[in-house]
Design a protein around this ligand. Structure first.
Ligand SMILES: [Zn+2]
Length: 89
């Protein structure tokens, strides 16, 4: 008896375990520069990203009662921003 799985079954198993790269497009909120990047596990859901050479003063103003977090090292040259409304605001 042949113990090898049929070719189609081996193939579908390989597809299930093989990780396919998932790409996302980072786009600077200030100048519109884009870069394709593979999202990292630690990346949160960014409100937006911007090139690290911009002055943070060029960013949209944070509404009162909101908290902003910055994440360096997004892609090759971006900083990620997460703006979150505080509960009760
Ligand atoms: Zn930019």
């Amino acid at each position: 008896m042949d113990e090898n799985p049929p070719a189609w079954l081996a193939q579908s198993r390989a597809n299930r375990t093989g990780k396919r790269p998932v790409w996302t497009t980072l786009e600077c909120i200030i100048c519109g520069q884009t870069e394709a990047a593979r999202p990292k596990k630690w990346w949160p859901e960014f409100t937006y990203v911007y090139c690290q050479h911009h002055d943070p003063g060029e960013l949209p103003e944070l509404p009162a009662g909101w908290v902003r977090s910055e994440y360096d090292g997004i892609g090759t040259r971006f900083i990620g921003i997460v703006d979150v409304a505080l509960p009760g605001s």
